[in-house]
Design a protein around this ligand. Structure first.
Ligand code: ARG
Length: 458
């Protein structure tokens, strides 16, 4: 089959060589963006007097028809035409005749593909920002119901100090807030038009780049034609922000997996987000959480892959850059899927308040309370720490907890201990007293929830 660029060729490549070079298998996902970009381009060619109005009308009609067919899934693509751009151009020529060949005036596939990628990513990033917001809403709603639910807080995965379960959930809300900020901020670089940069050097036709930018709702244009066609920073940035988001989701998944284990029993994942074992009838596995944790790896992989693709490329376009697409498409799909599944899992999980609270009572995570108690009475904290450490040792020897130790033992350790230590040791009080800004005290947690709710409404 004759190539659209076949003029200077006397031989054709073998089918398997064509297959290797083609991107149509995956860049057909850009079909709508590609046609929309072309409609803007040809409109501009008309406005600038580069093509006669009747040709522009014919081409636009043809493209609009193709766009409709694309939306209905009625187009069939061919490897013979390599990529989405040439496939559409060929279909246009088939549809309206040789006048379709005028579409590519003053343009190159290099600025065309970059334009498609910008348009595609803009759409997807906006979708992702909204999904993050929805996840935050789900988390805040859960948090509101669990302000006074106690859970052990951990460091080194050792019980450290009791906290409000809502406080734990809200920590993730803030992580996702930073993700949302990063994606939002990146939009200003995504929403820039490379169209009109041509192959690399601009064009001799009197085009109007600002007009195509406006028609495609871009905020601005790339200032330099070489940069316009060879920049993939915006995709790398997307992969980087996605990696960070997946890392956050993955950490949370790890906690859900731990919490739903027999060892913790803090939550139960709903049947609708769990699976069974083909051999062990008793099992309920947190597969979805594990999968999100696992898929994080592929997103990191895409980031490293594209950074590596780009690192040795001279200006401007190089075919290596065709490798930017699959990782980006896969990341979009992975991130969108993970966010939806994760929100569903949180929304439907059962929080086992009894088990969480039981855990806060059966450990030494209230030891800091005792040290603080002495410190507040003037004992240097370091000494208080030592005294309480010894009391913990006594408890361990006797197989009891601090709450069970008689007052006379306390008073032997320090005469400053009084009856009210038992109140201080109560995990509820321990949490409630942590009213420093951003702490787990109930009043602080409620404040944080209110703040986030306002933020999410804005
Ligand atoms: N399929 C190509 C890509 O994805 C389109 C740009 C091709 N440009 C070129 N000069 N061969 O990068």
């Amino acid at each position: 089959m004759k190539k659209l660029w076949g003029g200077r060729f006397t031989k054709t490549a073998a089918q398997w060589v064509d297959d290797f070079g083609a991107s149509i298998h995956f860049d057909q996902q850009l079909v709508e963006e590609d046609i929309e970009g072309s409609i803007a381009h040809v409109t501009m060619l008309g406005e600038c007097g580069i093509l006669p109005k009747e040709d522009v009308e014919t081409i636009k009609k043809g493209l609009t028809k193709l766009l409709e067919k694309a939306k209905n899934g009625e187009l069939s693509f061919s490897v013979a035409y390599e990529d989405i751009h040439l496939n559409i151009e060929k279909m246009l020529i088939d549809e309206i005749g040789p006048v379709g060949g005028k579409l590519h005036t003053g343009r190159s596939r290099n600025d065309q593909v970059a334009t498609d990628m910008h348009l595609y990513l803009r759409k997807r990033v906006i979708e992702i920002i909204e999904l993050i917001r929805q996840l935050q809403r789900v988390l805040v709603e859960k948090a509101e119901r669990h302000v006074e639910t106690l859970i052990p807080g951990y460091t080194h995965l050792q019980r450290a100090q009791p906290i409000s379960f809502a406080h734990h959930l809200m920590a993730y809300v803030w992580m996702f807030e930073r993700d949302r900020e990063r994606f939002t901020e990146s939009l200003k670089r995504i929403n820039k038009s490379p169209l009109g940069a041509g192959a690399l050097a601009g064009t001799t036709f009197p085009i109007d780049r600002h007009l195509t930018a406006k028609l495609l709702s871009f905020d601005s244009i790339y200032e330099n034609s070489l940069d316009a066609v060879s920049d993939r920073d915006f995709i790398i940035e997307f992969l980087s922000h996605s990696s960070m988001l997946m890392m956050h989701l993955s950490r949370f998944c790890e906690e859900l997996i731990l919490w739903s284990s027999q060892e913790f029993q803090f939550i139960e994942i709903d049947d609708t987000f769990a699976t069974g074992s083909s051999i062990m009838p008793q099992k309920k596995n947190p597969d979805m959480a594990e999968l999100i944790r696992g898929k994080t790896g592929r997103v990191y992989g895409h980031l490293i892959a594209l950074l590596t693709v780009m690192k040795g490329l001279p200006l401007a376009y190089n075919k290596d850059m065709q490798e930017d697409k699959e990782g980006m498409f896969d990341t979009v799909q992975t991130v969108i899927g993970s966010l939806k599944i994760f929100a569903g899992m949180i929304e439907t999980m059962t929080v086992r308040v009894d088990m969480m609270e039981k855990a806060t009572k059966q450990d030494f995570s209230n030891a800091t309370e005792l040290a603080d108690y002495l410190a507040k009475k003037g004992v240097p904290f370091r000494e208080a720490h030592e005294i309480v450490g010894k009391l913990v040792l006594t408890c361990l020897e006797r197989g009891i907890f601090l709450m069970d130790l008689p007052l006379d033992v306390y008073r032997q350790a320090s005469p400053l201990f009084e009856e009210d230590i038992y109140e201080a040791l109560d995990p509820y009080n321990a949490v409630n007293r942590r009213t420093s800004a951003g702490g787990t005290g109930f009043t602080e947690v409620k404040k944080a929830i209110e703040k986030v709710k306002q933020m999410l409404e804005a």
